[in-house]
Design a protein around this ligand. Structure first.
Ligand code: CS2
Ligand code: MG
Length: 411
């Protein structure tokens, strides 16, 4: 078909969710049109994969058939406003998958890589950060060195805390850290005092060893109270972090006022947000520096663009979530978004396993600390359905955390 079709209707003929587990579970929505052009979108929600797959097949897909695939905005509004019960993360993940697949189709119809359709290139490459972790400071310091050797310019560092079994972010000794490790949640321990004592030592060591130039990031993973977060931010100031992530749960956005008053360490929040309303106060009061929401959990390209535009008014930059539980389809779409978005900050990049990369052929690539979106029409990621069918769904949940006295805490 010739690029562009003069606005002629492109009818959605069929759509289906594809569940596969090449090392971890992924849900992918494939939308096919009567023009023979198809698009795919990531619909993966860690530990809730089948809930999204079911929501897609029960509610979303029957509502797509026969609609014009070109009307991305109208379909988005139909599923969001028209869905009525539509604001939860399961529904928003499903909506994101539809939106991503439709942008993929539109870009293929236009014969353009997606970033061109969004407004064109704003940068040459997408700065990414990798994940270094270890059971103790020494191992993490070595891992940071390994990431420097691979060409990374920005590295997230996490380390085990003495006496705390299963501290957040400590992998199983390879590059493919995956916390969803069992059919029922693994119970881990959390000890705030031990952590607050330990974390600054890690970054002191890292700056001693690697100097001032490498960008260092850290994820607190919702474990602290606002005042504890303020204290940590302050104690990390001498080590100039790129950001301190999810220092306290953001259910109460106003809590960040207190952290902000006490520290100049930049703050990042938002990987679990599903909507612009989850971060409105954080953005409008300039309580954060980076917004972490990404394509798959925040309503697709259409909605993420609105969040980024609002953030841009307040000099807040993007830092899209990019853990391994987001499929290469999300990564591909996010890279096109990152290539365009004017207020880009950084993109998280946890490498997928070779099995996952094989199921999802893609044209993005890593070089010198940057990821580069490909130039193929669409978002550049496909799914090998035959291969996908070989990997059956495996139930997996994320861990939970408890304090020493048994109190359930934020994981
Ligand atoms: C983490 C995630 O990458 C991050 O910043 O917070 O790995 C998170 O733990 C997972 O996405 C949970 O599904
Ligand atoms: Mg995080």
């Amino acid at each position: 078909m010739e690029p562009g079709n003069g606005g002629k209707k492109v009818t959605i003929r069929s759509a289906r969710g594809i569940v596969t587990c090449p090392g971890r579970n992924f849900v992918t929505l494939k939308i096919e049109t009567d023009e023979g052009v198809y698009g795919i979108g990531d619909a993966t929600l860690n530990g809730r994969e089948l809930s999204v797959a079911s929501y897609l097949s029960d509610h979303v897909i029957p509502n797509l058939i026969g609609r014009d695939a070109q009307r991305i905005e109208d379909i988005w509004q139909f599923l969001y406003k028209g869905g009525y019960w539509s604001r939860g993360v399961v529904a928003m993940t499903a909506l994101a998958a539809v939106d991503t697949a439709l942008w993929d189709i539109k870009a293929k119809l236009a014969g353009m890589p997606l970033y061109q359709l969004l407004g064109g290139r704003s940068r040459d490459g997408v700065l990414v950060y990798g994940h270094a972790n270890g059971a103790d400071i020494e191992q993490t310091v070595d891992q940071v060195g390994a990431y420097c050797d691979m060409g990374y310019r920005a590295i997230r560092a996490q380390s085990g805390v003495p006496g705390v079994k299963g501290a957040y972010g400590v992998g199983r000794g390879d590059m493919y850290y995956e916390p969803a490790d069992a059919a029922l949640p693994t119970e881990t321990l959390w000890d705030t005092a031990a952590y607050l004592n330990h974390a600054p030592k890690l970054f002191e060591k890292l700056r001693d060893q690697y100097g001032p130039d490498i960008e260092l990031l850290h994820d607190v993973h919702h474990r602290l109270t606002p005042m504890e977060a303020a204290r940590l931010g302050k104690s990390l100031e001498p080590f100039r972090l790129f950001w301190m992530e999810d220092a306290t749960p953001a259910d109460n956005q106003e809590a960040f006022r207190l952290i902000r008053q006490h520290t100049t360490t930049p703050l990042a929040v938002g990987e679990i947000f599903a909507s612009i309303h989850d971060c409105r106060t954080l953005i409008q009061e300039q309580l954060i520096d980076y917004i972490r929401s990404t394509v798959v959990h925040a309503g697709g390209i259409t909605h993420l663009r609105r969040i980024a535009d609002l953030a841009g008014l307040y000099q807040i930059r993007t830092g899209c979530h990019g853990a391994t539980d987001l499929s290469p389809v999300c990564m591909g779409a996010a890279l096109h978004f990152d290539t365009w978005v004017p207020n880009f900050g950084i993109q998280e990049y946890m490498r997928h396993t070779p099995e996952t990369d094989e199921v999802f052929p893609h044209d993005y690539h890593f070089a010198d600390g940057y990821l580069h979106a490909g130039e193929a029409p669409g978002h550049g990621v496909d799914i090998d359905e035959k291969l996908a069918a070989k990997y059956e769904y495996e139930p997996r949940q994320l861990p939970v955390a408890r304090l020493r006295d048994g109190t359930l805490w934020n994981w």
